[in-house]
Design a protein around this ligand. Sequence first.
Ligand SMILES: Nc1ncnc2c1ncn2[C@@H]1O[C@H](COP(=O)(O)OP(=O)(O)OP(=O)(O)O)[C@@H](O)[C@H]1O
Length: 403
Amino acid sequence: MSGGVDSSVAARLLADKDYDLSAVFMRNWDTRDESGTDIGCEWEKDWQDVQQVCKSLGIPCRMIDLSRQYWNRIFEPALRIWESGETPNPDVWCNREIKFGALLEHLPMDSRSGQRSWFATGHYARKDWSLDGRPKLLTAKDELKDQSFYLSSISETGLARALFPLGSLTKVEVRKLARQYHIETAERPESMGLCFVGERGKFSDFLSSYIPFNPGPIIDLTTGTEIATHQGLWGYTIGQKARIPGMLQKMFVARKEHLSNTVYVVPGGNHEALYMDVVNSRDWAWIWRDSPPQEVFSDSGLRALVKVRHRAKNTPCTVHQDPNGHVTITIDEPQKGVSPGQVAAIWRDDWCLGCGTITTTDQSSALRDERLFELAQQSQEGYLMRQQQSAQYILDDKRIQNS
Ligand SMILES: Nc1ncnc2c1ncn2[C@@H]1O[C@H](COP(=O)(O)OP(=O)(O)OP(=O)(O)O)[C@@H](O)[C@H]1O
């Protein structure tokens, strides 16, 4: 339980069904880890809320400190990904590594069945069983609140023990129930921001206390000219507006290039260079790890639905997997703002099958404007050449000084 409306209502619904309940609150962020900031200990407030709600529901609760695991398994790796120019999705990996990973390991074993106890959360998702008894992750009834995207990386073992009591309710119904049950946190607003880290004002300011500045050029992809300097690739997200001082025209981030430390922008939020329809991925994980759908290995591939970020709509696509496990997704309708580092998850109707991290995106020949990509190539080569030249000048300078 997080102390919020959703997990509190979930607990109450299970209590009404006579489950033998106990609650666990995870403390996953230690504000002492925050470099140079003094933001206060929000987890203490959440923990108080959990204790208060549990007291009125009459169920025991305890706190588990998983902040070291969160730092090592989620936050540190995410910082390295931001630094490399990709935009990670720590919340998806948090569900796999922490909630349905480290936490599950703490759950007591049921003496009768020899299995771990059931594990309920306030996620908006549903679960069903296949005919041969395997758990299926399904989308929630409330399409707007559906969180199956965030759960798409969890394993079959974790899913098998999971209960999602809110899966068939809408958020409006859940809030109504919270008021009806007089749950203390019924009016608590939706939590925002990075899972467990919480809201942190301007996110790029928060990141800049962990990642060193690394200035590089911002290049207009349509002209190949350098129009500004950025302070680090991590401050820019593909598809989003890029603030360019002194420029009236609104520019949007089309690409980020790690090798040359370059941000490429285009004028206008609907520019064709912002739309991608081919997605390559790494670390692909099927929820049923040992039995991917066999169609992905055939020439025609698996027809499915894909989501490339939480609020994107599920879009028809074709999925292929090569013998090395790499998954490529070709999307029927080009998507805006598909970002390496983010997660692509796939569904068959309402059944979520798994997800992977986006490595590269591309435009199929129907979309591609070769001229733009030649310009990008040239400006990248030009930038690398200038870097080599300035390195040579520094060397020459040193030689002159030494002699
Ligand atoms: N600190 C925590 N300790 C234990 N469980 C948590 C914690 N944070 C989240 N959860 C569990 O994960 C579920 C989803 O969390 P998330 O933050 O995505 O949703 P939420 O809408 O903010 O949920 P809530 O209203 O319960 O805070 C929660 O409903 C809860 O069951």
